[in-house]
Write a protein that binds this ligand. Structure first.
Ligand code: PHE
Length: 341
């Protein structure tokens, strides 16, 4: 009778296809008025001497029945999971696709513009020698930017900060000019996009690390007009055809004469806004005609060689292009900001 009951339970459970049916089975077989309790009641009537043997069988069957119920429950759970995984009415999942950082977007378009003009991309290390970053670029030894207050030095326990072999995080991309000129004879027409480091206190327009694009054009008869034309053409391509540039006199030890180059602010159309701080202009580059002393340092003939160089600030250009008034936004990695590009 017991085996019979077990078989009945198994057949019934095999047909069960949802949780309600399982519950019905539970009531039918295990409930107070169910089959199992009824069988149990009969156990009392078994003769004394057979009780141990019958009891043992009863326990085994009970276990098997419990197992059958558990298995059935597990099967239903699994079915439910598979069914929901295959719910074709669910909307598709949006994959979050990464994209380029605004700094890289500006860098890439600047590089593309200069490549169209015939410049070649050159590269140099972020860790430079004092010789390349300062000395070869004609930087005077008493220039405040050379002190450990302004520049990150690596090995001050082994080198004085005026030692040409001392290692620093480059403060500008200009040392790539030195590397390029030492590696080849004129004509040289290179750009070098890269990261620079200065011990500045971060604020809306300064960071401890920022990006520049260095440009260098060396040949015979290169003039300031060529520099101005190049930067003007670049600004028009970068910010739009109505963009104007202006040059202000400046000083850099490695260029003579030196200028700073401003672009008219496209955010306010030159009328004054928070991005250009009301002036209508924003500084985008330092530039000038390569100082003959630099040519001498790299072994070029300073009498016959001419050239211009410029260093464009990528962050500044990103601020104009995307109307950002605080460059710290570019480094906070707030996705609400980054999503917009
Ligand atoms: N290296 C200069 C700076 O970081 C910019 C510059 C580059 C100026 C090339 C002149 C020529 O301020």
């Amino acid at each position: 009778e017991l085996q019979d009951a077990l078989a009945q339970v198994k057949t019934a459970l095999a047909a069960v296809s949802d949780m309600n049916a399982l519950e019905e089975c539970r009531v039918r077989f295990l409930g107070r008025k169910g089959l199992m309790p009824a069988l149990m009641a009969q156990l009392g009537k078994v003769p004394q001497d057979q009780k141990p043997a019958v009891g043992k069988t009863v326990n085994l069957v009970k276990q098997e029945i419990q197992q059958a119920f558990d298995d059935c429950g597990a099967r239903l759970n699994q079915d439910q999971k598979t069914a929901s995984a295959l719910d074709v009415t669910l909307p598709g999942r949006q994959r979050a696709i990464g994209h380029k950082h605004p700094i890289n977007l500006v860098m890439d378009s600047a590089v593309a513009i200069f490549r169209r003009m015939g410049f070649i991309v050159a590269d140099g290390p972020d860790i430079e020698t004092v010789a390349n970053n300062f000395d070869a670029l004609n930087s005077p030894q008493d220039h405040p930017s050379r002190t450990p207050d302004d520049t990150f030095y690596f090995d001050l326990d082994q080198h004085h900060w005026l030692d040409p072999e001392a290692l620093i995080l480059r403060t500008q991309t200009s040392p790539v000019q030195i590397r390029a000129m030492k590696a080849q004879k004129p004509p040289v027409r290179i750009i070098c996009p890269g990261r620079c480091y200065r011990r500045d206190t971060p604020d809306a327009t300064h960071g401890m690390s920022f990006h520049q694009i260095e440009g260098l054009y060396v040949d015979q008869c290169v003039s300031l007009a060529d520099l101005k034309g190049t930067l003007a053409a670049f600004a028009r391509e970068m910010f739009g055809t109505h963009t104007k540039v202006r040059f202000r006199p400046h000083f850099f030890p490695f260029t003579e004469p030196s200028v700073e180059c401003d672009a008219s602010c496209i955010v306010c159309g030159g009328k004054g806004c928070r991005v250009c701080k009301g002036s209508g202009w924003i500084e985008i580059a330092g530039a000038g005609m390569v100082n003959p002393a630099v040519f001498q340092n790299v072994g070029y003939d300073p009498d016959t060689t001419t050239g211009f160089a410029f260093g464009l600030g990528i962050e500044r250009m990103a601020m104009i292009r995307y109307a950002i008034n605080d460059l710290r936004l570019l480094y906070d990695n707030d996705v609400r900001f980054l999503h917009q590009f």
